[in-house]
Design a protein around this ligand. Structure first.
Ligand code: ADP
Length: 483
């Protein structure tokens, strides 16, 4: 199958979150399958200039955005079996950051992703790649399915092209005023609620949901929540219910070449599901030393690696840290909300031997926290899929998670009254500070019982979080989409 992936980020080229991990890993997985050709389109952000192997496609092409015409060039790299094309336009993409400045989103994000979406379609023609499917990700590429069904409807180049839209997080919808609809060049008769219109403006995500041949999200449970729990759909639940037959959930995987405690060169000593009890404490000791916690491998360590964002519910954890810090150490890596950053910083300053906080993006420390902790805290309000809990499990660090979205699909919660033959972590039953504290208490009660604890660790480490099954599920969905 000839596949185009269109996204605003993909690891290792540009990353702000889990979206990048998913697009990168899935592209590679699909390209590795016989008979598939995968072309990935990304914006040519400023950091891309640094790629040494970058080649330029000769020539340029032009895209209308609002009342003017923008020039686009394509550069590319071969990345394994995937060819990655970078959509170049200095005005829109040669900037210090991907989406925003410190003061908020770029004011012309509508134009930037109108240009990108249309440049992907024109780019296919420019390089002569006629896709069977264009797999779009999130609002930034939501207009691509809409263009295919409107402006490009009669374009012979795309007669066999279908589209799939994946919603990685419905909270981000790309909602813009009516003027953005005009800038995108759609016909005014289509400005109706059943197509583009959304609260008087245009939502790029809604447009994608309306026009894509199929829509999916990143876990079956999140797909259910988006249709059935009003607060979870952020206004789009009715539309998703309407698209129900063509809407499903496929759980993400993790890249097990990057996330494998046995081969992870950032750890002092690798470990697997047999050697963890001997070697994992060495990682704990290194972590304690590195971030200034009291060096004592007997003390349980709770790790947090997360964006500090409303979604993640981490304001609820602050009093829990304060309550438990004498018994438990906390290793917190995360940045985002400046108020929360400050609160974590202050707590770490108050109890330096028990609580460490690092407020930046740090891949290396992330690995060390996943490996050096005993428990991993993720009290999310909502969680489309979540990668961190899967990484934690792979590293034998038991997740404590709320029972929402993909967390409910990927963690098997310990229950006191069951045999726990498959348990891999702990569910925080309610979204509250008390429930987090109660769950921590329950987990600590088990920490001393090495027989049960080690069984849970083993279960967690042996859980298959790889992309194999999920990539197969996507491929099956592609086949259904183009049929
Ligand atoms: P989301 O995409 O909502 O941020 P996920 O759990 O799906 O959450 O993915 C988060 C990814 O980002 C994980 O790979 C996690 O390790 C990583 N991450 C989050 N915060 C940091 C940080 N401060 N430093 C390094 N990696 C981080």
């Amino acid at each position: 199958m000839d596949i185009v992936m269109a996204a605003s980020e993909a690891f290792p080229f540009c990353k702000t979150g889990g979206l990048a991990d998913v697009v990168g890993a899935l592209s590679q997985q699909l390209a590795g399958r016989k008979g598939n050709k995968v072309v990935l389109f990304l914006p040519h952000y400023r950091n891309i200039h640094r790629l040494s192997s970058l080649k330029v496609v000769p020539g340029v092409y032009y895209i209308p955005v609002g009342g003017h015409i923008e020039q686009v060039s394509l550069s590319y790299v071969a990345w394994g079996k995937v060819v990655v094309f970078f959509v170049g336009n200095r005005h829109y993409f040669d900037r210090p950051d991907f989406y925003r400045t410190k003061n908020g989103d770029y004011a012309d994000n509508d134009e930037r992703f109108i240009l990108f979406s249309r440049a992907v379609l024109e780019g296919c023609k420019f390089i002569g790649f006629r896709p069977d499917i264009i797999h779009c990700h999130d609002w930034q590429t939501g207009l691509i399915p809409a263009y295919l069904k409107t402006v490009y409807k009669l374009d012979a180049f795309f007669t066999r092209t279908h589209s799939l839209l994946t919603i990685h997080n419905i909270a981000y919808q790309g909602h813009f005023p009516y003027s953005s609809f005009e800038k995108a060049g759609f016909h005014p008769v289509d400005f109706v609620p059943s197509k583009f219109e959304y609260y008087g403006g245009i939502s790029f995500l809604k447009s994608g949901i309306v026009f894509a041949d199929n829509v999916n999200t990143v876990s079956p449970n999140y797909a259910r929540e988006l249709q059935d729990v009003p607060s979870m759909g952020f206004g789009l639940e009715g539309l998703l219910k309407y698209r129900g037959k063509n809407f499903c959930g496929i759980v993400n995987g993790i890249d097990t070449e990057i996330w494998d405690p046995e081969t992870d060169t950032l750890l002092p000593m690798g470990y697997d599901a047999v050697t963890f009890s001997k070697n994992k404490p060495i990682s704990k000791q290194q972590l304690q030393q590195k971030i200034g916690l009291e060096e004592n491998t007997e003390r349980p360590v709770v790790g947090i690696v997360s964006r500090l964002d409303y979604q993640k519910g981490l304001e609820l954890a602050l009093p829990v840290l304060e309550k438990w810090h004498q018994k438990v150490q906390f290793a917190v890596l995360g940045c985002g909300d400046p108020v929360l950053e400050k609160q974590y910083q202050q707590l770490a300053k108050k109890y330096p031997k028990d609580i460490a906080y690092v407020g930046k993006l740090d891949e290396e420390l992330a690995h060390e926290i996943y490996a050096g902790s005993d428990l991993f805290l993720m009290p999310s309000r909502y969680e489309p899929c979540g990668l961190s809990q899967m990484i934690a499990m792979k590293y034998g660090t038991l997740p404590m998670v709320t029972k929402v979205g993909g967390l409910a699909d990927t963690v098997v919660g310990y229950k006191e009254d069951s045999d726990n033959a498959a348990a891999t972590g702990f569910f925080i039953e309610h979204f509250s500070e008390k429930s987090i504290s109660d769950t921590l208490e329950k987990a600590l009660g088990l920490y001393g019982n090495k027989k049960i604890w080690n069984k849970l660790v083993k279960n967690a480490m042996l859980r298959d979080n790889s992309w194999d099954k999920s990539a197969q599920d996507y491929f099956t969905l592609y086949k259904k989409t183009v049929a």
